[in-house]
Design a protein around this ligand. Structure first.
Ligand code: AMP
Length: 279
């Protein structure tokens, strides 16, 4: 594996590969890699000739300076894991390399970005669209891999592609969990021992509610999940919405194509997200 730090260098390698007819898969990450990221990477290496993994803590998607400052950075360990996984190129640019000028683009992301994470993290999805569209321009991948842990992000990026018309296929990948059910996240290292011990209750509450959906209304299931999580001292639900899996709009009845329950829980200072499929 090669670590590449400049756009020019990466383009040069990829142009040469494309001339030979190679397919390219891209996995965008912010590093602090764990087995969730690695599942995306393994899928990419199995489906493409060349796999590029970007490791870039994108400042424009952070609406909270403290969160950006404390975001874990583990570049050496990341490079080791990517080498072991058989990645072709790790793209690790500086902020100046990605943003030689400030990115002033404002994407009209519409209704998928106006619910859940959208209003609670102003500017977040626009920042995600900025960095991912830049990465798509630099890498021009055939496929790009995203985790369903960030369920709304996938809907937002599909909308972004309608705007940019970039010919990239988005490949959603299932959530990877710890044995106790906690969704893997780079932020989990910020949980103290007690918080780490209670955090699996989030998935337990979601999973337990799936069977309830057979004989309860959407509102009743939603309230039950919120009450169950809030009953645990140290956890506070920021929102729990049960939405259409494509439009991200809240549903009132259980739809035939299923629904997705998306939650954000504050465990002390750490904001954890998770989701589950109903029906
Ligand atoms: P991040 O580094 O947090 O921006 O995540 C990079 C990519 O990895 C995103 O597409 C995430 O959705 C995905 N990802 C993060 N955690 C998990 C997980 N536990 N399971 C599956 N995908 C994940």
């Amino acid at each position: 594996m090669e670590i590449i730090r400049t756009v020019k260098e990466l383009r040069r390698r990829l142009d040469a590969a494309r001339a030979l007819g190679r397919t390219v898969g891209l996995v965008p990450t912010m590093g602090a890699l764990h087995d969730g990221h690695l599942s995306l990477v393994n899928r990419a290496t199995s489906e493409n000739d060349i796999t590029v993994v970007s490791v870039f803590v994108n400042p424009t998607q952070f609406n909270n300076a403290h969160d950006l400052a404390t975001y874990p950075r583990t570049e050496e360990a990341d490079a080791r894991r990517l080498t072991e996984a058989g990645v072709t190129y790790a793209f690790m640019p500086s902020v100046e390399e990605m943003y030689p000028q400030p990115d002033e683009r404002v994407f009209d992301l519409g209704s998928v970005a106006q619910v859940m994470e959208g209003p609670r993290r102003p500017g977040h999805f626009n920042g995600v669209a900025q960095v991912v569209s830049k990465l798509f321009d630099i890498v021009t991948p055939d496929r790009a891999y995203f985790g369903e842990k960030d369920f709304q992000q996938i809907a937002v990026l599909r909308r972004m592609l309608e705007i940019t018309k970039q010919p990239v296929r988005i490949v959603p990948c299932p959530i990877v969990r710890e044995e106790d059910g906690l969704a893997l996240s780079s932020r989990n290292v910020r949980l103290n021992e007690h918080q780490r011990a209670i955090a699996p209750q989030i998935h337990a509450a979601l999973e337990g509610s799936v069977a309830e959906a057979r004989n309860k209304s959407v509102d009743a299931v939603k309230q039950q999940v919120i009450d169950q999580i809030n009953a645990i001292p140290g956890m506070e639900v920021e929102y729990y919405d049960i939405v259409d899996p494509i439009t991200m709009q809240p549903v009132t009845d259980w739809p035939k194509n299923g629904a997705q329950g998306c939650v954000t829980v504050n465990v002390g200072e750490v904001r954890l997200i998770d989701n589950i499929h109903y029906y």
